[in-house]
Design a protein around this ligand. Structure first.
Ligand code: DHB
Ligand code: FE
Length: 280
């Protein structure tokens, strides 16, 4: 049987990937951020999952304004780091788990979540930066990864509640899988940031930390947050946080927060990280 053993939420700021790749993590600007990643890396090493379901968004890399699915799932054996304009990041190719991917795709679609099936997909910073944050420099990623992309780029994105319910359906699918597979689910993006216009640079520490609090204390409140509140309170790109609710929905009703890190600024973003375990 498959089992979702834990969840992790993290920001996926591209500049974090650049700082990591260029060895800038001891610089005064980056050190306080990267120092906070150590305990999460140790935790993940101990948990040692077989597979990570990584919920992220593509940033105009594979999808474009011509065509963008609300939810897409990778079913490939491998995913190449994408060239986002400066060449691909110097990180390992991402190994998939096609068998579990197809099982998930079937279960989710029969559960009435209309997933787009991606036989081929390069993965951008939305996916590779969380891997670097949680694994550091490695020759090979220590687990298989199933990319699950959510549209948060072109209006209208799915609601937080829809994302939470997708998480529920993912858990049901994983538990019906016939191989012993230990799964960690990651939700990425956010926290508060706005990259353009008059409010560029907006960061709302208080709102971000209430969101982190309520992942364990009151997820029912988070399910009901409307798009307008994310955008008003946390900036246009703060909407990426709906992806953390896919992760939260895949966990038990009661979860234990085992680690949190929040740092401002990371580029234009309030950078958050949280580790949640089922509170059996
Ligand atoms: C930044 C953050 C993001 O999530 C992103 O996709 C691009 C840029 C930033 O803060 O610079
Ligand atoms: Fe992003």
């Amino acid at each position: 049987m498959g089992k979702i053993v834990a969840g992790l939420g993290t920001s996926h700021v591209p500049a974090i990937g650049v700082a990591h790749d260029q060895g800038l993590t001891e610089e005064p600007y980056w050190k306080p951020l990267f120092d906070g990643y150590g305990p999460a890396r140790e935790w993940l090493k101990k948990i040692d999952p077989d597979v990570v379901i990584l919920v992220y968004n593509d940033h105009g890399t594979v999808f474009s304004l011509q065509s963008i699915p609300t939810f897409a799932i990778g079913v490939a054996e491998q995913y190449k780091p994408a060239d986002e304009g400066w060449g691909p990041r110097p990180v390992p190719v991402v190994e998939g788990d096609a068998n579990l991917s197809w099982h998930l795709a079937e279960s989710l679609i029969l559960d009435e979540f209309d997933m787009t099936i991606m036989n081929e997909m390069d993965v951008d910073h939305g996916l590779t930066v969380p891997l670097s944050i949680t694994c550091g420099h490695v020759d090979k990623w220590p687990f298989k990864v199933i990319p699950l992309a959510v549209n948060v780029v072109l209006y209208p994105p799915p609601t937080g509640n829809r994302c939470y319910n997708l998480g529920r359906a993912i858990r049901k699918a994983v538990e019906a899988y016939d191989e012993d597979t230990r799964v960690v689910i990651m939700g990425t993006g956010g926290m508060s940031h706005q990259l353009h216009g008059e409010r560029a640079g907006l960061i709302n520490r208080e709102w971000d930390n209430r969101f982190l609090d309520d992942l364990s204390k009151d997820p029912e409140r988070l399910r009901k947050i409307p798009h307008l509140e994310y955008v008003r309170e946390t900036g246009a790109e703060g909407i990426e946080m709906v992806m953390w609710l896919v992760m939260r929905g895949a966990l038990d009703d009661n979860v234990k927060e085992v680690y949190r890190h929040y740092h401002v600024p990371a580029s234009n973003t309030g950078a958050g990280l949280i580790v949640l375990e089922n509170d059996a």
